[in-house]
Design a protein around this ligand. Structure first.
Ligand code: ZN
Ligand code: ZN
Length: 286
């Protein structure tokens, strides 16, 4: 009973036909570039809007809601019963008007008396730079209009970021891996990389080891709060040459002799050095 009439207010009497509309949620796919710099999107939203035929009243044009004759507009009916405790008065919602206190004799033909109809609208939504998977943007009053011309709920736009072919996002940093031949890693080189800001040359210094990472500062995602940007971290993977022809093999053997590396003793350390340093690099951003 309390729940029916609203326990919070403790109010008795007819309940209003006007109620606030429900919140709505819509998923929006955006690219990494759009997340990095922000964008503006047109959204097709299918929600309940106020019925224009009856202006949300629910009554057919030219008619109006009338006071319920069963409860005389009170929205509830009382009943007195005799029990061994004496007279007990119970009230229940009026079955004729469902507690509204009024009846609509001729419902609006457009909305069947609900006061709202479904319609498709186009909304323009500004997506700020720095949003991530699961970020929700609240658009106040853009949700469903309530029954009886009640105020609209809110619309939430939930961001779903599509995966990028080269970059992996971790927080506001971007990660990618570049594979370079052993010779280039040893001699040093420059590798062109299409960053979010355009083509840039990644500087591979002579003597670069596999697993090292090269940070490009400020080439990541814009911080959602506070401005500035994350980094783009390029992880280097050095490729050992395979399928050597006779001349190449001869050259490598000569190099090994020159460097005294024909029978290297190797350097042993506990655990997986390479993997550990790679993880450390990822966390330290270098
Ligand atoms: Zn209507
Ligand atoms: Zn009634």
């Amino acid at each position: 009973m309390d729940a029916f009439f609203g326990a919070a207010s403790g109010q008795r009497g007819p309940r209003s036909r006007t109620r606030r509309g429900q919140d709505a949620m819509i998923r929006l796919e955006i690219t990494l570039e759009e997340a990095a710099f922000g964008t503006t999107k047109e959204l097709q939203v299918d929600t309940a809007v106020t019925c224009t035929t009856c202006s949300g009243e629910g009554a057919a044009p030219g008619t109006s809601a009338q006071t319920c004759d069963m409860c005389r507009g009170k929205g509830e009916v009382s009943q007195v019963t005799r029990s061994f405790l004496g007279q007990v008065m119970t009230s229940r919602p009026c079955p004729q008007c469902q507690g509204f206190g009024t009846v609509v004799p001729t419902p609006c033909p457009e909305c069947a008396g609900d006061g709202r109809v479904r319609a498709r609208r186009t909304l323009t939504v500004k997506i700020p730079a720095g949003v991530d998977n699961g970020t929700r943007i609240q658009l106040a009053g853009e949700g469903e209009v309530g029954p009886g011309g009640g105020p609209a709920g809110d619309l939430y736009v939930e961001i779903a970021e599509t995966s990028h072919t080269v970059f992996q996002r971790r927080g506001d940093d971007l990660h990618c891996t570049v594979t370079i031949p052993m010779t280039a890693a040893s001699l040093g080189t420059q590798v062109p990389l299409q960053t979010l800001d355009g083509l840039e040359e990644v500087d591979i210094r002579p003597g670069t080891q596999s697993g090292q990472s090269i940070p490009l500062h400020g080439r990541g995602i814009t911080h959602l709060r506070g401005g500035g940007r994350g980094d783009l971290i390029v992880h280097v993977e050095v490729q050992t040459p395979t399928k050597l022809d006779a001349e190449q093999e001869e050259l490598l053997r000569r190099l090994a002799v020159l460097r005294g590396e024909e029978r290297p003793s190797g350097q042993f350390a506990p655990g997986q050095q390479g993997l550990f340093s790679r993880l450390k690099d990822a966390f330290n951003g270098r």
